[in-house]
Ligand binder design. Structure first.
Ligand SMILES: Cc1cc2nc3c(=O)[nH]c(=O)nc-3n(C[C@H](O)[C@H](O)[C@H](O)COP(=O)(O)OP(=O)(O)OC[C@H]3O[C@@H](n4cnc5c(N)ncnc54)[C@H](O)[C@@H]3O)c2cc1C
Length: 546
């Protein structure tokens, strides 16, 4: 049988004796909030290598705007944050994981403050924002709407000052090394040093999300689902891969990248209106503009279809402009770049892919089913987001479960006496003589198909059609041997697109972010039952938990 994305174990050929071998107690893949927090935690007790495929700052984390949800005020309560998370998660959250997230959150925020993170305050008190789905104002934010940058800068500064932690930028993790069922590190490609094997007693997968799968996306270029694809090839179970969250409001200027207009703007009182200035959200949900993201995204799409419009609008003209500029300096600047005057003009918006809820299945301590491998952040499925992520819970997830993963990895590595490697391993892959497709074209076309067929509204026949299209492209792309990031990214994107589409096909109901027009209602018999997918002999095997 021809090797496809579903049958090939490693993307590259290698031989342990012919490439440099490096060693660490703990290898961390990814430099977002989850990877950095994990690496800092582990480095106190173990030698750590952190690899990241671009610059250290290239991540979803650095782009986060609105803030971090946490119970920091006496008027708020853990139970209220837990209940909000469970309600928005539509019957698919793991309550124990949500409890851990919410209860450990405030300590992680205080720790960040102790490390020098500057969050917005009035006098001594943290300023807390309100966002959709939250019943209290509990969103800690920084520099108005640049929370992610402040979090990333703080963690990077701490990581760079931590002894025992080596950081390799421009170092692409290609595949997890797995020997006799245990993870032993990863095969990597460094821009200057080429292929390397990094052997580790414990590996933490924190490679983030896959928003680049969609033509309309808030995510940066690095979000190509490499972590999900690597885990899939290594035989791990991925969970809820159909659950892709779409953000309702990204700036819509044809030809420009889709920049996020944070939820917090609606939290401050902005209205969603159509071209005629009619406010439409009250017709869709009692919470109007502050309804959960999936509801708002679908409402915008419905209005666009009904009115044959390319976008809807955010109206902030009734808000205090001075206050708006101060609270949202990045968004104000962004609008100005396109000559949108927030006092005079409405802001054109439409939804875009934003967050991958699904990921590598982990337990409460970030452990995957493969000994030696942990996962955290957007690459993992902890069960905290259920079928819909509550706004601003993901930076929190990265902080909380990053720390959990780092601690456990260091403790486990300390207990292991044997050397992490090298071990006898090689991957022989014969180069293919089949026609080569234009990679850039495949990448763009895949993103368009995913947006059209596996986006906010899904239907069985379109999902089937998408699987066939992915099969076709895979046939010509997955058998190739690439020596650069662009090639591996497209291979990973094809793999992850297939997992998302096959999982969306398998879940024959609508729930949270997953909306099927052929199954418009939630099926109560599927409450609490996750979609699982794993590599089978001929391709992905998808099933719904019993
Ligand atoms: C525009 C925007 C705004 C957002 N706003 C908020 C918000 O206000 N509040 C909130 O809670 N969440 C927000 N989010 C979501 C949140 O930022 C992310 O979910 C979170 O930061 C994910 O953290 P992470 O560490 O898992 O992944 P990331 O931050 O994406 O980091 C992943 C890292 O892995 C690296 N990587 C990927 N593949 C490889 C590979 N093959 N080899 C080596 N390295 C690799 C990447 O380069 C990157 O460094 C926002 C997201 C976006 C895009």
């Amino acid at each position: 049988m021809t090797e496809t994305c579903d049958t090939r174990r490693y993307l590259t050929g290698f031989d342990v004796g012919r490439v440099p071998n490096l060693f660490a107690d703990v290898l961390v893949i990814g430099s977002g909030v989850a990877g950095l927090r994990a690496a800092i935690e582990a480095a106190g007790r173990a030698s750590v290598i952190l690899v990241t495929k671009g610059r250290i700052i290239d991540s979803n984390t650095a782009m986060a705007q609105g803030g971090i949800a946490a119970v920091m005020s006496p008027e708020d309560s853990f139970e209220s944050h837990i209940q909000d998370t469970l309600r928005v998660g539509c019957g698919l959250c793991d309550r124990a994981a949500v409890e851990r997230l919410v209860r450990e959150g405030p300590d992680r925020i205080r720790e960040l403050v102790g490390w020098g993170a500057i969050f917005d305050r009035r006098a001594q008190d943290l300023l807390m924002g309100l966002e959709a789905g939250h019943s209290s104002a509990r969103i800690v934010h920084a520099l108005g709407d640049a929370t992610g940058r402040e979090v990333a800068d703080t963690l990077i500064r701490v990581a760079r000052g931590t002894s025992g932690l080596r950081i390799f930028e421009e170092c692409f993790a290609v595949d997890l090394i797995e020997i006799e069922g245990r993870c032993r590190g990863a095969t990597t490609f460094h821009r200057h040093f080429g292929h390397q094997l990094i052997w580790a007693r414990q590996t933490i997968l924190a490679a983030g999300g896959c928003g680049q799968l969609y033509r309309e996306s808030t995510n940066p270029e690095v979000a190509t689902g490499d972590g999900h694809a690597m885990a899939y090839r290594a035989g791990l179970t991925l969970r809820d891969m159909e659950m892709v969250q779409f953000h309702p409001t990204t700036l819509y200027v044809a030809g420009a990248t889709r920049a996020l207009i944070s939820e917090a703007v609606r939290g401050e009182g902005a209205y969603l209106v159509d071209r005629q200035g009619r406010r439409f959200m009250p017709e869709y949900h009692p919470d109007a503009e502050l309804a959960p993201r999936d509801v708002v995204s679908r409402a915008i799409l419905a209005e666009m279809a009904r009115q044959d419009a390319t976008c809807m609008y955010l109206d902030v003209r009734h808000l205090n402009a001075e206050r708006f500029r101060k609270r949202f300096p990045t968004i104000t600047r962004l609008c100005e770049e396109f000559d949108i005057n927030i006092e005079r003009d409405r802001i054109p918006v439409r939804p875009a892919a934003h967050y991958m809820i699904g990921g590598v299945q982990v337990d409460l301590d970030a452990r995957t089913e493969m000994p030696g491998l942990l996962a955290c952040g957007e690459a993992a499925s902890t069960g905290v987001h259920g079928a819909n992520r509550l706004a601003s819970n993901s930076l929190l997830e990265g902080l909380v479960f990053g720390a959990v993963a780092g601690r456990l990895a260091a403790e486990s590595a300390q207990r292991e006496r044997s050397s992490p490697g090298p071990m006898d391993i090689r991957s022989d892959i014969a180069p293919s003589s089949r026609t080569m497709l234009d990679l850039a074209d495949v990448r763009n076309s895949l993103r368009s198909v995913m947006w059209r067929n596996v986006g906010i509204q899904r239907v069985g026949p379109r999902l089937q059609e998408t699987l066939e299209i992915i099969d076709f492209w895979s046939h010509y792309v997955m058998d190739k041997l690439f020596d650069d990031r662009a090639g591996w990214e497209v291979q990973n994107m094809l793999t992850v697109a297939r997992l998302v589409t096959a999982s969306a096909e398998a879940r024959r109901e609508s729930r949270g972010v997953h909306a099927r027009s052929d199954f418009p209602d939630s099926d109560r018999s599927l409450d609490g039952r996750h979609t699982l997918v794993r590599r089978g002999p001929d391709g992905p095997r998808v099933w719904i938990e019993s």
